[in-house]
Design a protein around this ligand. Structure first.
Ligand SMILES: C[S@@+](CC[C@H](N)C(=O)[O-])C[C@H]1O[C@@H](n2cnc3c(N)ncnc32)[C@H](O)[C@@H]1O
Ligand SMILES: [Zn+2]
Length: 261
């Protein structure tokens, strides 16, 4: 049975409990507005996702990067597939990351930075009975993702939220992963600690992004790339089996570890 939103979500700021503010639609309790009584902030459901952000969004280095990212949001699938051609083809590039997740029937799975939701299609076509949860900071991505999931007949709990400030309770997920944005995060360590906080003890966490070799390809669009240091040193030392591997023919890296709590 699907878990209720109240069971999974918390206030992203104080991590305190959320309650239903008003019951607008008693038949669809999971879509009703939530409130954190401690912060006195309410969070509304857009019809397809809970919105935990008000006006905040992605930060860009310059106008060129902002323009490039907005084009990317509109034509995400063809553009990333083109980039994935360099990495051995879109199918194999996605497989190279996704096959590292240790997903079992009925698991609660969280992806931070869900984009168009393509990883959920990958997961749902391979494992039954998953409880899928995903979030993204960009409204445009959320819109595409919600319509894709609807078309693919995949049910997921969606949230517009910041991966560095997760709106989920402690220790609720069996699988937590991230693919493709951590290099841009302002506080990568915080994003990693948030993934750990919401994961159950023993969860295998997978974090992948591009290496500097890939970043250099996009200099022409985004301006000179910053040095990419895979944030493996930001994984708390008490985690188990921490590894860093190169993937996508050198264009990507993947960090893996098991949560120890
Ligand atoms: C390159 S896309 C990858 C999407 C998806 N993971 C995939 O594999 O297809 C990165 C996504 O991360 C999102 N993102 C960037 N910064 C974020 C943040 N701080 N919190 C949540 N999502 C973020 C972007 O909006 C974008 O949709
Ligand atoms: Zn709060």
């Amino acid at each position: 049975m699907a878990r209720s939103v109240i069971e999974m979500l918390c206030c992203p700021s104080c991590k305190g409990e959320l309650v239903y503010e008003t019951v607008i639609n008693p038949d669809e309790l999971n879509n009703n507005p939530l409130i954190c009584n401690k912060c006195n902030v309410s969070y509304r459901h857009s019809g397809a996702w809970y919105n935990f952000l008000d006006g905040t969004g992605l930060l860009f280095k310059n106008r060129r990067e902002k323009f490039f990212r907005s084009v990317l949001a509109k034509a995400y699938t063809p553009l990333t597939n083109m980039m994935f051609l360099l990495c051995g083809g879109p199918k194999s590039a996605r497989n190279e990351v996704m096959s590292r997740l240790r997903v079992k029937v009925g698991d609660a799975v969280l992806e931070t930075g869900i984009g168009y939701g393509e990883n959920f299609l990958w997961l749902a076509s391979r494992t039954e009975g998953l409880h899928l949860y995903g979030l993204d900071i960009q409204e445009e991505m959320m819109t595409h993702c919600a319509s894709n999931l609807h078309r693919w007949k995949i049910t997921a709990g969606l949230a517009r939220a910041d991966a560095q400030k997760l709106p989920y309770r402690d220790s609720v997920f069996d699988v937590v992963f991230h693919l493709g944005a951590i290099n841009l995060f302002e506080d990568k360590g915080l994003a990693i600690r948030e993934m750990i906080r919401v994961a159950k003890s023993g969860t295998h966490i997978v974090i992948a992004d591009e290496t500097e070799k890939a970043g250099r390809l996009f200099n022409i669009f985004t301006g000179s790339a910053e040095r990419v240091v895979p944030p493996v040193d930001l994984v708390p030392a008490e985690m188990k089996n921490i590894t860093l591997s190169t993937i996508w023919k050198g264009y990507g890296y993947v960090i893996e570890f098991n949560v120890a709590k």
